[in-house]
Design a protein around this ligand. Structure first.
Ligand SMILES: C[S@@+](CC[C@H](N)C(=O)[O-])C[C@H]1O[C@@H](n2cnc3c(N)ncnc32)[C@H](O)[C@@H]1O
Length: 213
């Protein structure tokens, strides 16, 4: 490995312990532009409760130093955000609305944690079927066609310029340049066997487009 592409960083874990990790700063092509995006790959056991996975939890607390005005529309069981929502009334969230409806009601966010179910099967088997209708084929349920992009548009509307969105899933699409976000860092968490990696994409909203009037 090219040593020039490695630099070390101190990470503070949830118990307040500090440890040094090596960051691979790798040139990635981002919409045709070559940019240096810090990217790490750390193995961990899988969990349907994403935020209990150790390297992911540590990354979240690097950004969520104060939970005030952090918003989480798919909060599950472990969100550190102040303003939490989960459609399932059995989850310990403040609101129990559909995520899009919840986001439409919000006006401001310091940052957003975006961790929806990743597939029909996952929604069915891990989350008591909540969210599985979001994965039906578009031609069968046209109302769902724009669901995910509508959620992301609402997030782009409410996050302050300079605010952070952390997206979890099986890709690095995140909010994207089209919504005026730049990638800050990427964490890949492989789980071994034939399991999908969990990919965490941290993005910052640039000033300009989508600023509140
Ligand atoms: C991947 S889990 C979130 C896990 C959470 N980050 C944690 O670590 O505890 C996704 C959550 O989205 C909820 N959900 C599914 N469909 C939803 C919808 N349409 N609106 C709001 N929440 C939904 C599920 O009940 C589930 O708790």
């Amino acid at each position: 490995m090219d040593k020039q592409n490695l630099h070390t960083e101190n990470l503070i874990n949830t118990d307040g312990e500090s440890r040094q990790v090596e960051l691979l700063v790798t040139p990635l092509t981002n919409a045709g532009l070559k940019t240096n995006i810090p990217m790490r790959r750390i193995w961990a056991m899988p969990s349907k409760w994403t935020f209990t996975i150790k390297p992911i939890r540590e990354l979240i607390f690097k950004y969520v130093k104060d939970p005030s005005n952090w918003v989480d529309p798919f909060a599950g069981e472990n969100s550190p955000a102040e303003i939490t929502n989960d459609l399932n009334p059995d989850r310990p969230a403040k609101f129990h609305l559909d995520a899009l409806e919840f986001l439409q009601q919000q006006t401001y966010a310091e940052g957003v944690l975006y961790d929806p179910p990743y597939s029909f099967t996952q929604a069915k088997e891990c989350y008591d079927s909540y969210g599985k209708e979001l994965f039906v084929e578009h031609d069968k349920k046209p109302t769902m066609m724009n669901y995910w992009s509508s959620c992301k548009n609402e997030i782009a509307r409410i996050v302050k310029p300079g605010g952070i969105v952390i997206s979890f899933g099986w890709n690095t699409n995140g909010m994207g340049k089209g919504r005026n976000f730049e990638i800050v860092e990427i964490l890949i968490v492989p789980h071994g066997g034939d399991k999908n990696d969990t990919i965490v994409t941290v993005e910052r909203k640039l000033a300009g487009l989508f600023d509140p009037q």
